[in-house]
Design a protein around this ligand. Structure first.
Ligand code: PMP
Length: 372
């Protein structure tokens, strides 16, 4: 079975598994404990993992807060900002093509008096800078825009949006879950990004672990938010809970591997994508329509319509040989809100399949599409 659903999750890298094993078995200490070696070893491992992720993201290790993944990171930032800055304002700006962990959080906050602007997007799912600019008001406390879309792969112009937010003195959060390891993310080049979410299992790390980047202010203090999880004061009092050391070690190792191979991985994913598109065009020509843009996108994500076919039936019939999806795994029971927002008809949405590649795939394995 050829796995082509890497936007849903990825295979754990063998080196990640090897790095994690000792922290599941022998090195089971709690990094918040003191003095004895099990605790100290766990502490060192967490520190190293934090440094690896910080180095991949181009930030300081003290700006990394480990979470259970991007769903938590998105919730933590949006709810945390809304609560902490409630006396400053009650307006949040986001887009119609965000992940449900952003959209549903915003909808929940609307029931608590927060006003949310859901920006329209263009035919590829990108927001317009002018729309962001004109939506910002005196009461805007946060702009939250996805970096790269999980269904159609389009990259937003995060440089321009973050610069605008910096200029207007508004916090900017970006959900970078799908771009880590596939797009260069160097936070030193993005002074306007206040918060960022990422998740280990999207770049060959384990599930159940992710991080939130929180920028330090000019005094070296982390931008304040209300914690989602109160308790033992771990993670700088921002996110309590005993650290999942084995998962953190896995995330750190995945970050190190992603960092060392970034350029090659981007190149390989682009080559695989071009090759697969050429096969699809040759084999299916008039029967397919590619929904995604060809440029400014996450390499390796293809959104394709098979005209006249039902995507559920298609994905189901392919399942024994190829694992693909109709769209996002997080909203697979509903028609895609992303494809709806980019202007596709119900019929077009129902015939769309998402193929998402990984660097573990060999080019020749994609030849299986010739046999369909
Ligand atoms: N944001 C995006 C863009 C995603 O693709 C996902 C995962 N599908 C998430 C957030 C949620 O991430 P996690 O699985 O780590 O909670």
């Amino acid at each position: 079975m050829l796995y082509l659903d890497n936007s849903a999750t990825t295979k754990i890298h063998p080196e990640v598994k090897e790095a994690m094993l000792p922290f599941i078995m022998e090195e089971y200490g709690n990094p918040s404990s003191k003095y004895y070696s099990l605790a100290e070893n766990a502490k060192v491992a967490v520190k190293e993992a934090r440094e690896s992720l910080a180095s991949l993201l181009g930030c300081d290790h003290s700006e990394i807060i480990f979470t259970s993944g991007s769903t938590e990171s998105n919730n933590m930032i949006i709810k945390g900002v809304a609560d902490y800055y409630s006396s400053k304002g009650n307006h949040i700006i986001t887009s119609k093509v965000e992940h449900p962990s952003v959209l549903e959080t915003c909808r929940y906050l609307e029931t608590k008096g927060i006003v949310v602007t859901y920006l329209e997007v263009d035919q590829y799912g990108r927001v317009n800078l002018e729309d962001v600019s004109t939506s910002i008001t005196e009461s805007t406390i946060l702009v939250s825009i996805i970096w790269g879309n999980n269904e159609v792969g389009s990259l937003n112009n995060i440089k321009e949006i973050s610069n605008l937010c910096l200029e207007k003195n508004v916090f900017f959060h970006t959900d970078a879950t799908q771009v880590i390891g596939k797009v260069e993310v160097n936070l030193e080049d993005y002074p306007g990004i206040t918060f960022l979410s990422c998740s280990g299992h999207k770049f060959h790390g384990p599930k159940g672990i992710g991080a939130t980047y929180i920028r330090k202010d000019k005094y070296g203090i982390l931008t304040k938010i209300t914690p989602l999880l109160h308790g033992g004061g771990q993670e700088n009092d921002v996110r309590s809970g005993t650290l999942a050391v084995h998962n953190i070690v896995g995330l750190g190792t995945a970050a190190k591997i992603a960092h060392n191979n970034l350029e090659n991985n981007i190149k390989k994913l682009k080559e695989l994508e071009d090759y697969l598109i050429s096969i699809l065009e040759e084999k299916f020509s008039e029967q397919i329509v590619i929904n995604n843009d060809k440029v400014n996108k996450i390499p390796g994500i293809i959104s394709v319509q098979f005209k006249g076919l039902n995507n559920e039936l298609l994905v189901k019939s392919l399942a024994p040989v190829i694992a693909v999806s109709t769209g996002s795994a997080c909203s697979s029971s509903k028609p895609s809100h992303v494809l709806d927002a980019i202007g596709l008809t119900d019929e077009e949405i129902r015939s769309t399949m998402r193929i998402s590649l990984s660097t573990f795939i060999k080019k020749e394995e994609l030849d299986i599409f010739f046999q369909l």
